[in-house]
Design a protein around this ligand. Structure first.
Ligand code: ZN
Ligand code: MN
Length: 133
C-alpha cells in the first residue's frame, strides 16, 4: 500500500468548496458555502466544510476574514487587497484602488507583546443601502 503523501491531496470535496469560493465575490461565511456546496454534494456536512476551509487556508489557497461579524468570511482571492464592510447590511466587498499601506511599529517596544499581525478594513454604506436612505 502506498503511503499518503505529506502534502494535502486535493480531494473532490475540497475542490468543490474551492471552486464555489473562487466563483463568488461576496466573501461567504462557512454556512453560506455549505448551503451552496450541498447542492453539488448533498451528503457533505458543515463540519467537513469547516475542516476543508481550514486546510485551504493552511495551504494558502483561501483567506479567512474576521470582519467583526458573528461568523468569519472566506476569500479565495489571495492577492493583496483591502475589504470594505457595509455598516448597515454587513456586506463585504473588495477595495483595490488604494495602494497597500505599510504600518510599522517603533523598533523598541516595552509592552511585552510579540506582534503577529495587523488588519486594516474599511467601513462604509454599500450602494444598495445608500439607495434605501
Ligand atoms: Zn449595505
Ligand atoms: Mn476579497
Amino acid at each position: 500500500m502506498m503511503n499518503e503523501p505529506a502534502k494535502q491531496r486535493m480531494t473532490r470535496q475540497r475542490q468543490v468548496i474551492l471552486d464555489e469560493l473562487m466563483s463568488r465575490k461576496d466573501h461567504p461565511t462557512a454556512d453560506e458555502l455549505y448551503a451552496a456546496v450541498r447542492r453539488k454534494l448533498p451528503r457533505i456536512s458543515l463540519g467537513t466544510v469547516y475542516r476543508n476551509l481550514d486546510v485551504l487556508m493552511r495551504s494558502g489557497l483561501a483567506l479567512k476574514l474576521d470582519m467583526g461579524g458573528a461568523q468569519s468570511r472566506f476569500d479565495a482571492d489571495i492577492s493583496p487587497h483591502y475589504h470594505v464592510k457595509c455598516v448597515s447590511c454587513g456586506r463585504v466587498d473588495d477595495i483595490r484602488e488604494t495602494g497597500f499601506v505599510e504600518i510599522t511599529l517603533p523598533p523598541s517596544r516595552d509592552d511585552g507583546y510579540a506582534i503577529t499581525g495587523v488588519r486594516v478594513e474599511f467601513d462604509g454604506i454599500c450602494p444598495q443601502c445608500r439607495g434605501r436612505e
